[in-house]
Design a protein around this ligand. Structure first.
Ligand code: FE
Length: 347
């Protein structure tokens, strides 16, 4: 063999090795902050032989990192835990729209981004969580907090605890409310909430639930999986918290309870794009969908998946009415909502 042939052969071998390595790996940037997800990733590797490398950060951190890395990013799949962040990622051009019959059949239209004329969708919801109201059983009656509107009612003055208005979970809730009520009434509503606060916004959702249990707050707003986690906990202190608080799924006789999503997308510059689509399709499978329900107390999005999570059953009595505003519209409203928050001094 001549020298040039040897060189060519070795370049080819290197290329083959490189493409082999690529085809067996998947780089996930994930904002899912749930330890029970390890099994979710493990099952995928077991089934496909594709090794997962994970970078964990919060939604904002992931978006910032993708922007900084640009075209040299190694990210294949992006997992975020809120509709407004997914919308932000789409607008900032960080995703690669996907055409997958399996995904568009499995996931209802309302729970994914708008599909373009080529049949490609920028991102998909894979699980849902409701944003509900908890109340102190001793000094608040459930009928005084069974709508989001009542969070701003003067009868609830000095009782409300809620995390920062600018947190994505609240931006999405307020964005949905704006869709139902219109901009001016939403501004009034936010203002009413500010004057009902028991304390300035601080902490996460679990801190608000604990504030209600301790009596510092009469009412709070939380995502359902934080509640379900406390309901399923064996710790005496968690049991004690849940004895003191009641749960309301708001607006059951009007537009329904606000539901947010956790979802995912393929990264714009994904080096392992085929594996990335495979992974998203796996997330829509009954196995993975059940994992969201059992592992992290979320509701599956895929059509026809049954769940048997006792905490979710206990919370809802089996079913509840959720709103029908497309989650992509909710994401889109966040810019306007942030302006309203600044205007009324909602921290
Ligand atoms: Fe969370």
């Amino acid at each position: 063999m001549k020298l040039t042939q040897i060189a060519t052969a070795s370049v080819l071998a290197t290329l083959c090795a490189a493409s082999f390595a690529q085809s067996n790996e998947l780089n996930i940037y994930s904002a899912r902050h749930y330890p029970t997800d390890e099994a979710l990733y493990g099952n995928f590797t077991k089934a496909t032989g594709i090794k997962i490398n994970r970078v964990d950060a919060d939604d904002a951190g992931i978006i910032a990192r993708l922007k900084a890395e640009g075209a040299s990013s190694r990210a294949d799949v992006i997992l975020l835990v809120d509709a407004s962040r997914l919308w932000r990622g789409e607008i900032d051009g960080l995703f690669q729209p996907v055409k997958s019959r399996l995904l568009s059949d499995a996931i209802p239209e309302q729970l994914r981004a708008k599909t373009d004329s080529d049949g490609k969708t920028p991102w998909f919801g894979f699980s849902t969580r409701a944003r509900v109201i908890v109340f102190n059983r001793v000094n608040v009656k459930p009928q005084d907090v069974d709508t989001y509107e009542e969070l701003a009612d003067p009868k609830n003055k000095g009782k409300l605890c809620i995390r920062s208005g600018s947190h994505p979970y609240n931006l999405s809730l307020f964005g949905a409310v704006m869709e139902h009520m219109g901009e001016k009434p939403t501004e009034q509503w936010l203002k009413g909430m500010v004057s009902n606060m028991a304390r300035s916004p601080k902490g996460g959702d679990t801190d608000q639930i604990k504030g209600v249990a301790s009596g510092e707050c009469g009412i709070a707003v939380t995502n359902t999986y934080y509640l379900a986690r406390l309901m399923r906990s064996e710790k005496p202190e968690d049991k004690a918290v849940m004895e003191k608080v009641g749960v309301v799924f708001p607006n059951q006789s009007s537009w329904g309870t606000h539901v947010n999503i956790a979802g995912g997308a393929v990264a714009k510059h994904a080096p392992n794009g085929t594996n990335a689509v495979k992974f998203l399709e796996y997330l829509a499978s009954p196995l993975a969908q059940n994992h969201f329900a059992d592992g992290n107390n979320e509701w599956p999005v895929a059509r026809g998946v049954q769940i048997s999570n006792p905490a979710l059953q206990a919370m809802t009595g089996g079913n509840f009415k959720s709103e029908t505003v497309p989650i992509s519209v909710v994401g889109m409203n966040q810019v306007k909502v942030q302006q309203l928050l600044d205007r009324v001094g909602f921290k």
